[in-house]
Structures are given as structure tokens and as C-alpha cells.
Write a protein that binds this ligand. Structure first.
Ligand code: CP3
Length: 410
């Protein structure tokens, strides 16, 4: 079936295409201006050529990648491709029960969610570890379970027991799941970010976060934490379509939640997949990697230069595939990671964050000095953000955190 186009018609089509391209270009520039101006890959399109030339001049030969000019935040610079002689350092769960000043605010706030949703208090506890230790990054005080909460699920935190949700453990219940979170309920988190942003020293980065859909779903399905997340794994095998609906709902809402956090002042984002390690490889690809990839893609569609750290805890040998598929700028690794494997297959592509065992931080003394030196020896020659392999434990002595920092910073 052939057809011919006359000259006049062709000129009309070309004209329409040119005008459409122009409108797309202008609307992209206007909509993304605040996000674009800050970053190398996201600069306004008309400046791209000049910026690319500057990037080429700054090419970092040892890493074989383009290096944007320094952002004045060592944490962000590592994510952008620049190794720091002294690695930036922060700790997962750095605002928390090991700090007396946290326990004081926590007691005043009432419930844990009241603390998360009172901007002044959430901002205050976010800043406490920065004031005390001068970490290179602050992570906004909130929880991964605020998304199910904003989806209208009941979420409670019982003292000494962890979270309790209404279980979403059969396809009929999944039918009642709202597709869209009430973002008004999450506004206090954005407000807390704005307060922290204003209070932070310009060299300190601010991290926003969400849970990966798989990990959030494990709590939504079981209604609580379980040792090996059997209820969610069972549901994914028995009712993959219903389970996929939970995951898809979390993907879409997490994209908007993370974009809201960037707009409120976050410099980088972390996606916590605490329970990635309980899945067999094929399930890991389907329920952990693919949803994370979609979140990264969804965020970058609107914020092309967004810096994203993935934390698929326990992923082990599956980490290189995770990095390749998701497009994250860095991965947080736990203390079981094999150093040579990570250097060759992971740190050669992205920055690495980690990976001190939180139990050695409780121990302190020579064991702590040795363990810090090992992390630095294992990963310090490449792009490293010094951190723990998982959250700090409530019984950790403050003096040991100070000892760790002194050792890292020399
Ligand atoms: O890192 C930080 O300082 C930011 C705050 C933060 C919290 N939770 C505060 C919190 C972050 C990043 C999280 C993430 C989170 N929440 C994860 C993923 C990371 C991880 O640690 O595995 C998960 C699985 C949750 C769900 C959750 N929240 C659980 C299982 C619990 C109970 C366990 C516990 O430590 O009590 C919480 C409660 C929670 N979230 C606390 C804090 C400081 C303790 C509650 C309290 O102070 O009473």
C-alpha cells in the first residue's frame, strides 16, 4: 500500500513538527528550570554544548567518566563521579534512640508518626546528629511506611514491637487498595525538608528517601515485620497479579513522593530495599530490580540529574545486575559483601556506600579501629561514602560514633 505526499502537504507537516518541537522545548525548559540549572546533564538545552565541552576538559581519566564541576558538597560530588580523598560519612538511622536528645523529642511528640508528621520536630531530630557529629549528609527523619499510610492503610508503631499494619494478604483486599496516595498527608515531610534545607550548612547534603516497593509490600502484606518475609513471598507466588498491583501502586506513588522531596530541597535520594536478600534471583529481578528501575526512570524523566542510591540489602552476587538494570548512582552495601568482587564488578561502575558492621560500632576499641581501617582499605581507593552496612543500633555508645569519625577523617 503506497501513498504520495504533495509538496504543500509536506511543508505543512514539517511546519507542524517544528512548532511542536519548539513548544516541547520551551515547556521542558520552563517546567524543569529549578531542577535543571543545578546539574551537569540537566542544564538548559541551549547551554548543553558549552557545558559538555567543560565536562570533557574535566574528564577524570582514572574513572573514565565525565566529571561535573564540584558542588561544594563532598557527598554529592562522590555521587557525581568524583572520589574524595577523605570519604564523606553519614550513618543509616543516624537520628534515633542512641541519642538522648532524640529520646527527649520522641517522648514529647507522642507517637512515632506524630514525630514524622510534625515538621518542626522532624526537622529538629534530622539536625541533631549533624550538630553533634558534623556528618556530611543529613537524612530526613521519616519512615518508609508513610506511603502505605498516605494510601489510607492503617499504620501504627507499637513501642518495642515495630510497625503494625492491616494485612493486605488476599486478592479481594488488594481490590480495595487506593491507587493514589493522599499527598496532602505527606506535606509535613516536604515542609520538614524545607526547614532542614534552610538550616543546613551549604557543604552538608540532604537525603530524601523511600522504601523500595518490595520491602514496603512485605510490611503491607504481613501487617508487620517477619524474619524471612514469608507472607509476601507466598503471596507473590500464589497471587502474582494481585501482588503486582500492590507493587505498581507503590512504584507510581514513590516516584511522585521522591520528586516532591527533590522539589523540597533534597540533594539525593535513597531507595531502601531492606528485604531484597530474601528473594531467589528470578523473583529478585521481578519484584526488587524492575520496580526500582521504574522508580529511577520515573524520577529521572522529570529530574534528569537526580542522584539516587539503592540499598538492596543482602543482594550479594546479584548486585552488579541490580546496578546495571536500575541506573542508580551508588549502592549501599552491607558488611557481608566480598571486597574484591565489589571493587571489580560494582565500584568500577558506581559509587559504593557502606559497610561497617553496626555491631562493631557497639563494640568500639581496637575492633572498631580495625574494622574502619578495613572499610577504607577495601573501598577507599575508589568512590566511597563511608556508612554502616545497616542502621545504627539503639545501644551504641555515642563515644564509639566519635571514635569512628575520628578514624575515618584522620
Ligand atoms: O536513617 C534515618 O535516620 C532516617 C529515618 C528512618 C527511619 N526509618 C526512622 C525510624 C529511615 C531511613 C527509616 C527506614 C525504614 N523504616 C526501613 C528501611 C531501612 C532499615 O532500617 O531497614 C524500614 C524497614 C522501616 C520500617 C520500620 N520503621 C521498622 C521495621 C521500625 C521498627 C524497628 C525499630 O528500629 O524500632 C521502624 C521504626 C523507626 N523508624 C524508628 C526510627 C528512628 C524507631 C522508632 C522509635 O523511635 O520509636
Amino acid at each position: 500500500m503506497g501513498f504520495a505526499i504533495g509538496g504543500e502537504r509536506l511543508a505543512w507537516i514539517v511546519g507542524v513538527l517544528v512548532v511542536r518541537r519548539g513548544v516541547e522545548f520551551l515547556s521542558h525548559e520552563i517546567l524543569h528550570w529549578p531542577i535543571n540549572v543545578a546539574a551537569c546533564r540537566g542544564v538548559p538545552l541551549f547551554r548543553l554544548a558549552r557545558r559538555e565541552r567543560r565536562c570533557i576538559r574535566n574528564r577524570n581519566l582514572s574513572q573514565g567518566s565525565f566529571v561535573p564541576p564540584s558542588s561544594a558538597k563532598p557527598f554529592v560530588d562522590v555521587l557525581s563521579g568524583q572520589r574524595q580523598a577523605v570519604p564523606p560519612v553519614w550513618m543509616m538511622r543516624q537520628a534515633g534512640r542512641y541519642l538522648p536528645e532524640y529520646r527527649e523529642v520522641r517522648a514529647k511528640a507522642g507517637g512515632f508518626l506524630d514525630l514524622c508528621f510534625t515538621p518542626e520536630l522532624a526537622a529538629e531530630v534530622t539536625l541533631q546528629p549533624i550538630r553533634r557529629f558534623g556528618f556530611d549528609a543529613a537524612i530526613i527523619f521519616s519512615d518508609i511506611l508513610v506511603i502505605p499510610y498516605a494510601l489510607g492503610r492503617s499504620v501504627r508503631f507499637e513501642i518495642g514491637e515495630g510497625p503494625r499494619l492491616e494485612p493486605l494478604d488476599d486478592p479481594d483486599k488488594v481490590k480495595t487498595l487506593s491507587p493514589r496516595a493522599d499527598f496532602g498527608m505527606l506535606e509535613p515531610v516536604f515542609e520538614a525538608l524545607r526547614i532542614v534545607r534552610r538550616a543546613l550548612d551549604p557543604k552538608t547534603a540532604l537525603i530524601g528517601f523511600c522504601g523500595a516497593p518490595w520491602t514496603v509490600a512485605t510490611y503491607m502484606v504481613a501487617g508487620q515485620g517477619t524474619p524471612d518475609q514469608a507472607p509476601a513471598r507466598m503471596m507473590a507466588y500464589r497471587h502474582p497479579e494481585a501482588f503486582a498491583k500492590i507493587i505498581d501502586t507503590l512504584v507510581g506513588n514513590s516516584v511522585d513522593y521522591l520528586l516532591g522531596q527533590l522539589a523540597a530541597g533534597a540533594d539525593a535520594l535513597q531507595i531502601f530495599d531492606t528485604w531484597a536478600g530474601v528473594l531467589p534471583p528470578a523473583e529478585f529481578a521481578r519484584w526488587s530490580v524492575e520496580p526500582t528501575r521504574r522508580i529511577v526512570e520515573g524520577v529521572r524523566a522529570k529530574a534528569p540529574d537526580a542522584k539516587i542510591i539503592g540499598f538492596p540489602r543482602g543482594a550479594g552476587a546479584l548486585l552488579p545486575g541490580y546496578v546495571e538494570a536500575t541506573g542508580v548512582n551508588a549502592v549501599s552495601i552491607d558488611w557481608t559483601a566480598e571486597p574484591a568482587f565489589i571493587r571489580e564488578r560494582v565500584q568500577s561502575r558506581v559509587a559504593v556506600q557502606g559497610n561497617l558492621d553496626p555491631l562493631v560500632l557497639i563494640t568500639g576499641g581496637d575492633a572498631l579501629e580495625r574494622a574502619v581501617d578495613e572499610v577504607l582499605a577495601n573501598f577507599g581507593q575508589g568512590r566511597l561514602i563511608f556508612n554502616l552496612g545497616h542502621g545504627i543500633q539503639p545501644e551504641t555508645p555515642i563515644a564509639h560514633v566519635e571514635q569512628m569519625l575520628k578514624r575515618v577523617r584522620g
